[in-house]
Design a protein around this ligand. Structure first.
Ligand code: UDP
Length: 379
């Protein structure tokens, strides 16, 4: 089928696009064209076996699936089984390793104390009170009012400055909601009811999502180059950056992008955990991933391990990962969203389209609800 014959065209084959394509093909029974600029499907979830070590890894940073949404959990389980991996993170500060998120072990180890759970809240409140912040209005103030300045300075300030490339005072407090703070010894990073890593990685999920022969996937294809070839009344479901869709006419949204440095180490286990954060600003990378730990059920060679350093940088919108947010970006986003409303046949979503710091499960939920809207207009 040529591009102009499709009634449904999806731009981007990450979670948002692939889930909607699956629903249109399998539930609505309609043909759908998926346009993907990369040479693979799956967006930033893409995962492969490393060519030399055979260790399965995520090319765009470690992705842990976690959700408490029953509908999302049921849906994704139609396409994969999960292993029993429970995410834990550690952080290195001044050459010493601490548990992250900050919990009782982090606090006791950092302060050289042996506080009990029933003592720690009062201790932290006293620390936080010293800052004199009553009404936190940004990321830094929120963090200090939660944990006090010393813990903030050690574990949050430097990491956040590296990750976001700005003074944490300029960031919205909402980012902090992602980071739990525990007054017990619970080391798990997520509270969610269900979590794990897909047993065969993420890529086979996308192969299954896009398996229906009604779905035509065009890789290495730039939507903006073939846009004119599409039918005028085609429904376009776009999951790229929203400002790019409108030619950046009001200006560019700010993003952070990531780059990675892979290294094979001649040891069986380099850091003993899948993700080690580096809290200090002077260390140029934010974290080191060691993907062998994501699959404790797999047998990997003992002689080698793969490590991947993660670096954060400003992104011009070519390969964005994290929306920077803040008042200026919000105002710009609203302009693009107001413009979008005028285009009945355009539907925008996903982390890039909505300019929202979605997790994978939130993106699936958003895709399912967008599909419900599309199908209700059709049926
Ligand atoms: N964060 C931090 N220190 C850490 C881990 C996280 O300061 O050791 C802050 C940082 O601002 C980060 C945010 O918490 O951007 C959210 O962390 P999360 O682990 O959710 O980031 P992601 O895995 O999405 O990159």
């Amino acid at each position: 089928m040529s591009p102009q014959t499709y009634k449904y065209v999806i731009v981007g084959s990450g979670i948002f696009g692939a889930v909607i394509a699956e629903r249109i093909a399998n539930d609505l029974g309609e043909p759908v064209l998926v346009i993907e600029k990369r040479d693979h499907t799956g967006g930033n979830c893409h995962s492969v076996d490393h060519s030399e070590t055979g260790i399965h890894y995520h090319l765009y940073g470690t992705h842990i699936f976690h959700t408490s949404d029953t509908e999302v959990w049921k849906y994704i389980n139609r396409f994969t089984e999960f292993n029993g991996y429970r995410h834990q993170v550690l952080t290195t500060f001044k050459n010493k390793v601490y548990q992250m998120p900050i919990n009782l072990e982090t606090i006791n180890s950092f302060y050289g104390l042996n506080l009990k759970p029933f003592e720690v809240t009062a201790f932290i409140e006293t620390e936080a009170h010293k800052s004199g912040i009553d009404q936190p209005s940004n990321f830094e103030e929120k963090a200090i009012s939660m944990m006090g300045y010393p813990l903030y300075e050690a574990f949050i300030k430097g990491y956040t400055a590296k990750q976001w490339g700005c003074d944490p005072k300029q960031l919205p407090a909402s980012i902090l909601k992602r980071l739990p703070f525990r007054t017990n010894y619970d080391e798990s990073y997520f509270f969610d009811s269900w979590q794990g890593i897909p047993i065969h990685g993420y890529s086979p999920i996308f192969d299954k999502l896009l398996a229906n022969p009604r779905i035509q996937v065009e890789l290495k294809t730039d939507f903006f180059e073939i846009r004119d070839e599409l039918a005028e009344d085609a429904k376009i479901i776009y999951s790229g950056p929203i400002d790019k869709l409108f030619g950046y006419k009001y200006g560019r949204l700010e993003w952070r992008g990531l780059s990675f440095e892979e290294k094979i180490r001649e040891v069986s286990d380099f850091q003993g955990t899948s993700v080690m954060n580096y809290a200090e600003e002077q260390i140029p990378y934010t974290r080191i991933h060691e993907p062998r730990h994501l699959h404790p059920e797999k047998v990997y060679p003992d002689s080698q391990t793969l490590t991947i350093k993660e670096f954060s940088h400003a992104d011009k919108g070519d390969d964005p990962s994290y929306p920077l947010g803040g008042a200026q970006n919000k105002a710009l986003l609203e302009k693009y969203q107001a413009e979008l409303i005028q285009h009945e046949n355009l539907c925008v979503g996903g982390r890039l389209g909505d300019y929202k710091y979605y997790d994978m499960d939130q993106t699936i939920a958003a895709a399912l609800s967008t599909y419900d809207k599309i199908s209700s207009q059709t049926k």
